[in-house]
Design a protein around this ligand. Structure first.
Ligand code: ZN
Length: 270
């Protein structure tokens, strides 16, 4: 499933082809995505200039003077830039053609993705209650510590809650907690402020390393007909089963926490 770094990598890959280009045509071949594609996509988007291609949480935002198209990749979605005349495959649900003959093509075999429309995305029901972006100035250790007051839940589901901070998926939560030396089951309200500061830093560093690794694959967003160039993660704990901790050689521990597989080192993380 595309997580925040993959969505950001996608944004950087497609933005140069779309920003400041006029939408010539929109083709919706399959309207039944996670939610039905609204009429505004067909009626308002054509003719508009894409002023900016931004990201909020895992939504790609195509900003125009008439409103903003919001694209979510869901479980299996991907985007690429193609020659608009390239024949579509059965999972190629939407094309957004721009004036130079190229198009953004959205492919989504499982159809958990969505393409929505908002006058003001910051007020859209799916976005308005979200916490800050991990790279925002508003996100730091003081913020995490404040938000944790009175929260008796474990720190891992706490940082995975999008109302606290967006974009910390399961892989990155395990990795950030390992890097910060914090046990994933430790209660959020029992973590000292200096450890929260360290955690805010490690959340940012694991995400930015993943985005940086994606940067080497940006060329894959134009013209390729395969899967998007999602990178291999360099992971310290996630998915390593009971292999040895790279730091202390203790076998790693795997538990299910909040219905998600959780990997940690019981001697490095307290
Ligand atoms: Zn260890």
């Amino acid at each position: 499933m595309p997580e925040l770094p993959e969505v950001e990598t996608s944004r950087r890959g497609i933005a140069p082809w779309l920003q400041n280009r006029r939408v010539a045509r929109v083709i919706v071949r399959q309207r039944q995505l996670r939610w039905p594609v609204p009429w505004e996509i067909d009626d308002l988007l054509p003719g508009q200039v894409i002023r900016a291609l931004q990201r909020r949480a895992k939504y790609l935002l195509f900003r125009t003077d008439a409103g903003t198209a919001m694209l979510h990749l869901g479980m299996s979605g991907s985007v690429r830039i193609i020659d608009a005349k390239e024949p579509a495959g059965r999972h190629d649900h939407v094309d957004i053609e721009v004036s130079d003959g190229r198009a953004l093509r959205f492919r989504d075999p499982r159809r958990f993705g969505s393409l929505l429309w908002a006058d003001d995305p910051s007020q859209h029901p799916l976005l308005k209650d979200l916490g800050p972006e991990p790279f925002d100035d508003a996100f730091d250790g003081d913020y995490l510590w404040q938000k944790a007051r009175g929260r008796r839940i474990s720190i891992k589901p706490f940082i995975m809650n999008a109302k606290i901070v967006v974009g910390v998926g399961n892989i990155y939560a395990s990795e950030a907690l390992f890097a910060a030396g914090i046990h994933p089951k430790r209660r959020a309200d029992r973590i000292a402020i200096h450890r929260m500061q360290r955690l805010a830093e490690t959340i940012r560093s694991v995400l930015s390393r993943a985005i940086g690794a994606g940067g080497t694959t940006l060329q894959d967003f134009y013209g390729s007909d395969g899967e998007p160039g999602y990178f291999r993660h360099e992971l310290e704990v996630y998915g390593r089963g009971e292999e040895q901790c790279r730091r202390c050689k203790t076998p790693l521990t795997v538990v299910v926490l909040g219905q998600r597989s959780t990997y940690y080192c019981k001697s490095c993380q307290t």
